[in-house]
Write a protein that binds this ligand. Structure first.
Ligand code: ZN
Length: 335
């Protein structure tokens, strides 16, 4: 008896794996820096962006347009964005919590603005002082403003606390999906899912991302995982298997929740890049260069708790030798 595999639609990933190429969007300069006390000087942020770009990163969230009195760490976002825009092919995004922030993102010509929405009603009121549906209404105003300005800035609706929340506990999948659809209906170009507090596990990730893809197709744009309970990479792997092609990550896993001491931040960029590259998934990233940048950032952030694993053990020996050979080959080229 022959077994014939049922045919799958062309957009779905291979059975045993996800996309052959993925983008890792660096969010350390926003999600990372906003959660720690150190205020990194603008010149350092620019150095960071330049080195990340040299290591192959082509999407960077450079800051957030929030009042400086609320987040002094990100007060220089306009300046940092202006620098990011000088790097050819770099797609620079910013977070905008409200209409005023969106106006600034439009004025400054960000390539993309992320409007955070918390699927948890309680978290939304506590953090954004709006209900989730009021955020949806704000996105409609932002879309109208963008269109009136003739701007090309894309709007991403970032649905946070999608896997649960510290205040409310459970967040229903149906509510997350409803809000994703509502954001798109209000004019967002794309939507993302974020496990803001580290409640997700690979099974819940697989379930929600598959449902989300079935609902909104390739307008499901990015996966954002925190490694709060050590499941960040496993969750990223699960999302990748459902076809996700873009992940947020923070170099050195910086960030976390200021109210939960010891809680780690986003999945570490260098660890995620290493995992994907080892699996044969193309990220376009130079992992040794990311490790070198991590060392510099660690010096700048002396006294802050950093995370991540790869830096402790280093690259496997065979990979170090291959990287060294590649360097020698380049150095040996005639000019
Ligand atoms: Zn986050």
């Amino acid at each position: 008896m022959s077994h014939v595999l049922p045919s799958r639609p062309p957009s779905s990933p291979p059975v045993l794996g996800g996309p052959a190429r993925v983008v890792i969007r660096e969010v350390g300069l926003r999600d990372g820096l906003q959660s720690i006390a150190t205020v990194l000087p603008t010149a350092r942020k620019i150095e960071w962006i330049d080195a990340a770009y040299a290591a192959g990163q082509r999407e960077i969230e450079v800051g957030s347009f929030v009042p400086a009195r609320l987040l002094p760490q990100l007060a220089d976002t306009a300046e940092v964005l202006a620098h990011a825009k000088t790097l050819p092919g770099l797609f620079a995004s910013v977070l905008v919590p409200n209409f005023r922030g969106a106006e600034r993102a439009l004025e400054c010509g960000a390539d993309l603005m992320i409007v955070p929405l918390s699927a948890s009603f309680a978290h939304s009121l506590a953090n954004l002082r709006k209900t989730p549906d009021e955020v949806v209404a704000e996105v409609a105003r932002i879309r109208a403003q963008r269109d009136a300005a003739g701007s090309k800035t894309l709007i991403e609706g970032g649905v946070g606390t999608a896997f649960g929340c510290t205040l409310q506990g459970e967040v229903a999948e149906g509510e997350v999906l409803r809000l994703m659809q509502a954001l798109l209906d209000a004019g967002a170009d794309r939507v993302s899912l974020a496990d803001t507090v580290g409640y997700a596990d690979p099974a819940s990730v697989q379930r929600l991302f598959e449902k989300a893809r079935a609902l909104v197709g390739n307008r499901l744009w990015c996966a954002h995982f925190h490694d709060t309970r050590g499941m960040g990479l496993a969750n990223a792997y699960a999302a990748w298997q459902t076809g996700i092609e873009r992940f947020d990550a923070c170099l050195a896993g910086i960030g976390g929740c200021p109210h939960a001491p010891g809680a780690s931040g986003n999945v570490a960029t260098e660890d995620l890049a290493f995992m994907l590259e080892r699996m044969g998934v193309h990220t376009g990233l130079d992992v040794p260069a990311l490790l070198a940048l991590r060392q510099r950032v660690a010096r700048w952030l002396a006294g802050e708790t950093l995370h991540g694993t790869l830096w402790q053990a280093g690259l496997p020996k065979a990979q170090v030798a291959a990287a060294a050979n590649a360097l020698t080959a380049v150095a040996g080229q005639p000019l």
